[in-house]
Design a protein around this ligand. Structure first.
Ligand SMILES: *[C@@H]1O[C@H](CO)[C@@H](O)[C@H](O)[C@H]1NC(C)=O
Ligand SMILES: *[C@@H]1O[C@H](CO)[C@@H](O)[C@H](O)[C@H]1NC(C)=O
Length: 216
């Protein structure tokens, strides 16, 4: 009884709750997306549901991505199929909402450069289903080889990609008149370290970095 009252107090009496995120595994989901062939990319960065609501929209995450050195894909050309993820929120597997690529300092043509020479990129999945509506964004971040290598991930590319994104994100950033303050915290225990089930057989260290992004 006390427990229920406490939960109701914490969560405002509904599942649309003020929380960083729900563990996808608790709802039958996974911290690996589905890249085909039974393998997946780790969802190695989470943008907290406690971030400013405007950051968690499609337009909001694109503007934020630009503030930290990414842009939407080169002229909308997409190399490769969308991936899907089950975030354990009752929606089942859902395709990525968007994919963003490192823009090398030019948010218009830089992503074309990324497609040619390789770089950091990420896919975005939103946890907003009926049973776990945190609003958090789960990102599958990786660093790729150049196009001649067929856009595969560099060795250790998941951890490298995550750490590079986080390094660019933490602190104060801005784009198009919006200024962000970002803090990071590492979370373990969501996904086992190693290469089990991981696309391209590239091991990852089992760390998921939680970003809380506040518009200031
Ligand atoms: C994901 O996108 C692919 C290609 O556009 C489509 O065939 C598939 O049905 C989509 N899957 C989901 C779960 O929406
Ligand atoms: C998270 O873990 C990575 C890899 O060990 C490390 O480089 C980074 O500094 C950690 N970040 C935080 C906020 O603890």
């Amino acid at each position: 009884m006390v427990c229920v009252a406490l939960l109701a107090l914490l969560f405002g009496g509904s599942l649309k709750s003020a929380t960083d995120f729900f563990n996808p595994t608790d709802g039958g989901g996974s911290l690996l997306d589905n890249a085909g062939g039974g393998l997946g990319e780790p969802l190695n960065v989470v943008v907290s549901g406690l971030s400013s609501p405007d950051v968690l929209t499609d337009d909001g995450i694109v503007n934020y991505a630009r503030a930290i050195g990414f842009s939407t894909e080169c002229f909308g050309i997409h190399l490769g199929d969308p991936q899907s993820a089950n975030l354990g929120d009752g929606n089942g597997p859902q395709n990525q909402t968007i994919e963003l690529r490192q823009d090398f300092g030019d948010s218009d043509i830089g992503t074309c450069l990324e497609s040619l020479i390789g770089g950091n990129h990420f896919r975005v999945f939103r946890q907003n289903g009926p049973s776990a509506d945190s609003g958090a964004l789960f990102l599958a971040v990786s660093k790729e080889e150049d196009v001649s290598e067929g856009h595969t991930i560099v060795p250790d590319g998941y951890d490298i990609g995550r750490d590079a994104l986080v390094a660019a994100a933490v602190g104060s950033t801005s784009f198009d008149g919006v200024t962000y303050s970002t803090t990071a915290r590492n979370v373990t225990g969501l996904i086992a370290a190693g290469s089990q089930g991981v696309n391209h057989g590239i091991a990852q260290d089992g760390i998921v970095t939680l970003l809380t992004v506040t518009i200031v």
